[in-house]
Design a protein around this ligand. Structure first.
Ligand SMILES: [Zn+2]
Length: 88
């Protein structure tokens, strides 16, 4: 998995996790569903973090790329080499 796919997949999974956590107050009278939604939300967010730290790396120096920017960088901030063009 390249860094572009990892970033996009991580974004999608973390959004799903946040949405699951936002739905948990709806189930405060059904503790089983509340626990399931809460656990699934935290697991999704955890998986998105794991994806970032495993795969969102420079292909040249393996440095973790910055996650606090909206855009996927064109150049690695660690070694300065050009990153692959994002796939459409
Ligand atoms: Zn690099």
């Amino acid at each position: 998995m390249n860094h572009t796919k990892a970033r996009r997949l991580s974004n999608i999974i973390s959004i799903i996790g946040v949405v699951l956590l936002l739905f948990t107050p709806l189930f405060e009278k059904v503790p089983a569903l509340l626990v399931i939604f809460c656990a699934a939300g935290f697991i999704a967010i955890g998986v998105s973090f794991i994806l970032i730290y495993q795969y969102y790396r420079c292909p040249h120096c393996q440095g973790v790329l910055p996650v606090r920017t909206l855009l996927i960088p064109s150049f690695c901030p660690h070694c300065g080499k050009k990153l692959d063009e994002p796939e459409r």
